[in-house]
Ligand binder design. Structure first.
Ligand SMILES: O=C(O)CCC(=O)C(=O)O
Length: 300
């Protein structure tokens, strides 16, 4: 093992998530903040989302409001190098083996006062694969507490079914907690100081609230899988050709022999009219939405 001890691996297997507090040094956090400020400048030229940046509904060029920086690995050598570093790949290899392929990357900004919620969902509902050695590593660039929209997870949900993410017969990427018989108060908030990383299994049910606090919550997600996990037809994974797919290898060896395991899947079809970012897809849901963490849980 490179980073994780057996207890941490067992915790991930049992609960479907893991938090490594203060995993990154301060120098990386400082450089990341500077890089985010640099990439954010583009928003002042936008009236609507484009290929680089997803903006909040209340965004204007005069008062730029960024919801997400898309594909930071493509926009920034810094974030590309961080993804390929042992800080990120070490724990991933300890959990799902030496051969890793990237799925995608995104930097969810969740800015102070207005940062958008992400409705409850399982990543595997968006991209079912032939096996579930699929995970997301969240890199925390601000201190995250209960007030600024922490990622929340349902412990052990990775061992259950893929829940209904449809509304009116269309895939909307969101789960109705009540309908699924789940109690919000059972969700675990993943908090920690800047430099913390979170790891969640692709079948783990998760979401995060609106950030009404005066503190930003900037969190980058590196999503990846074992190289022998292949997308199921109808998944929202980009698969243009085997060459393109192999260009996503992060480390180890690729394969042309997908590993099939006995896991539940659902296909995210039919797709909604607007199949852009998760925010746009979930906006088409009539399912009950998030307010702030405090309002949700009726706490002060
Ligand atoms: O930003 C968050 O808190 C959740 C992100 C997430 O689950 C997603 O973007 O798919």
């Amino acid at each position: 093992m490179e980073f994780l001890n057996e207890n941490q691996r067992a915790f991930y297997r049992e609960h479907g998530y893991l938090v490594l507090e203060a995993h990154l040094p301060q120098s990386i956090i400082d450089d990341a903040q500077a890089e985010i400020a640099h990439l954010s400048k583009h928003a002042a030229t936008l009236t609507q989302s484009d290929d680089l940046i997803d903006v909040e509904d209340s965004h204007t060029p005069e008062d730029p409001r960024i919801r997400r920086i898309k594909r930071p690995d493509l926009q920034s050598d810094f974030f590309n190098n961080l993804m390929r570093s042992d800080y990120i790949l070490g724990p991933a290899r300890d959990l799902i083996g030496p051969n890793l392929r990237m799925h995608t990357t995104k930097l969810n900004m969740k800015k102070a006062e207005f940062g958008a919620p992400v409705q409850w969902h399982q990543d595997f509902a968006f991209y079912p694969h032939t096996n579930d050695d699929v995970l997301a590593i969240g890199v925390v660039f601000d201190d995250i507490g209960l007030e600024n929209g922490p990622l929340q997870v349902f412990s052990g949900s990775h061992n259950g079914s893929i829940l209904d993410h449809h509304y009116d017969g269309v895939f909307v990427g969101a789960v109705d907690l009540e309908g699924a018989g789940l109690d919000l108060n059972d969700a675990v908030p993943l908090t920690g100081p800047a430099g913390t990383i979170t790891i969640h299994h692709a079948r783990t049910l998760h979401g995060s609230a609106l950030n009404t606090s005066p503190r930003d919550r900037q969190m980058l997600f590196y999503e990846m899988m074992a190289a022998d996990a292949f997308p199921v037809m109808g998944a929202m994974t980009k698969f243009e050709s085997i060459e393109q797919y192999d260009s996503l290898m992060l480390c180890g060896e690729t394969t042309k022999e997908p590993r099939l395991t006995n896991i539940p899947i659902r296909v995210p079809q039919p797709q909604p009219a607007m199949a852009g970012s998760i925010y746009e897809i979930q906006a088409q849901s009539g399912k009950s939405g998030y307010t702030s963490y405090e309002e949700e849980r009726k706490i002060q």
